[in-house]
Ligand binder design. Sequence first.
Ligand SMILES: [Zn+2]
Length: 688
Amino acid sequence: MGAALLTSCKMENPLLSESPLEYGAPQFDKIKVEHYMPAFKQAIKEAKEEIDAIVANAEEPTFANTIEALEYSGETLGRVASIFYNLMEADTNEEMQAIAEEISPMMTEFSMYVSLNEKLFERVKAVYEARESLGLEPDQLRLLEKKYKGFTRGGANLNAEDKEKYGKLSEEESLLELSYGKNVLTATNAFTLELTDESELAGLPDFVVALGKQTAEEKGKEGWVFDLSYPSYGPFMKYSERRDLREKMYKAYNSKALGGETDNTQIVKDIAGHRIEIANILGYSTWADYQLEERMVKTPAEVEAFLEQLLAPSLPAARKEVGDIFKFARANGFDADALMPWDFSFWSEKYKAANYDLNDAELKPYFRLESCIDAVFGLATRLYGLQFTPRPDLPGYHPDVKVYDVKDEDGKHLALFYADFFPRASKRGGAWMTEFRGQSIKDGVEKRPFISIVTNFSKPTGDDPSLLTHDELTTFLHEFGHSLHGMMAEGRYGSLTGTSVARDFVELPSQIMENWAYEPEYLRGFAKHYQTGEVIPQELIDKIVATKNYLAAYSQVRQLDFGILDMAWHNRTDVPSEATETFEKAVLRPSALMPQVPGTCISTSFSHIFSGGYSAGYYSYKWAEVLEADAFSLFKEKGIFNREVSGAFRREVLSKGSSEEEAVLYRNFRGHDPEPRALLVKLGIVNK
Ligand SMILES: [Zn+2]
């Protein structure tokens, strides 16, 4: 009876049973919170049994019985986890958060069950060592290498003594990262600028004053309060006419966790030191060498050369931009001898208002959400022949979610697409693409992907439709670009298809799509005033294009500085002996655009690289921009709707996942390596 009961529970749990819906679409209408915990427990048990079976296999390790078996293991767990964690972001509640806390240690335990499994690694290693003689296809070889590296990069190949050292260092390093992050948070929250005199609000627009008032009320203070969170700090620096207060804010913002009770100056060095030791144990000379091994750009020297290649022409252009702002400021009542960092945001905003008048309110009536959806889908039709058919009969996870059946040009089913546009309390902020299922082929049976896009566009109210800003349209195109990468996947191994590519490659398919938002021919096709039907005037398009490159060189140098600082900390074999602030100032002096301010430091609150997983990876933002600028330049040359170019992009990039080295995929599409000059041309920093 016990067994029968268990079976019936399993039958009733829509997370554990095969979905009877077309394509196996998730049964979101049947999933209830109480299904998750039993589903996770069952799925983890199943996954462990699959791992045990690989290890217990009496036959010699082969590609099929070890590497493929490992790749295919944990399918149920993957399905359960992807639904749960996607909904944690897009449609969460307190019960789910409580479940997440319970599940987290179970998942960690499971992943260690695999990664620290010595017998499993022995088999993987045996196949890896025989790889040359196995007659494997290129994607199989790639899968084998990735699986093997997945173990060795976590220390599987070390002797017992080094394994222990490695474990200890890793643990200490992650604790240091935690302390670092905690200090940044505490330091950020510790500072407030409390204003009680109305004269101190000079220059602030109503919405900024209202925000200051609200913050004061929340903190039980009189008057207006500004803090170091970006929505408070950013507008204050942009609009406040009080130079003394801007200076105070700037210095507070840029000295977070520098000295005092939340000091990160020594922690930064300790993190860098631990990373060097970890890299050395694993056989790499620097942390950057270790990190870059899995990226498209393979070596620290290449990253440094790349940053320098962009910096050299950008620096004089950025100095000119700063000079122009300084001249403008002087002509408008600024009487100091030099523009200081706390002046720049304020005067550049004034300069922008004087020279480019473009605001969201003027543009929004042309970007009705429904027209934008048609236009974004329509772009995929023009470039790739894709067709989108609404499927109201298939369940979404929330009434706002729209489900589409995506068909290829020949009518073949390609993917299901879940679009979730509007904000709600159960959804986090921002915009992202994700998948409920990736593409794969097993035993000749193909699974096509379930792709989802989640945004926070304003919801229609009463008679007012949802109108997007130009930024939101760009965001939509960006996330849709990731979606195309997922939808057009054509591989056999799930871990090598779709968006499962190197971090410095994954933004190419998304960022390239943003370009169309600036193309007059494309905009004119759909941007019509929602009340009058008038096509967007050329004058507005011109303004969109002109505003895009405002301060392009300045912003580029700022981003390059972060990349340079990141590499300075991570491409080294010893910890710098100077004080953290001194070290950083020396690194950034050659590219400084304004006087360096004593008592300020980026490194002590550079969470991206010291606690956010972007170490030796900050360059990748710029790298992705180069990839998309260079790739899009081919569309510019041959036509923005050219089917030959889009066809090649699909064949060589979008369909390939990471079944080959990303550098090879790119070269196959573009005919050459990524050309940094394309970005400089796009930003108007150099001429063609
Ligand atoms: Zn992205």
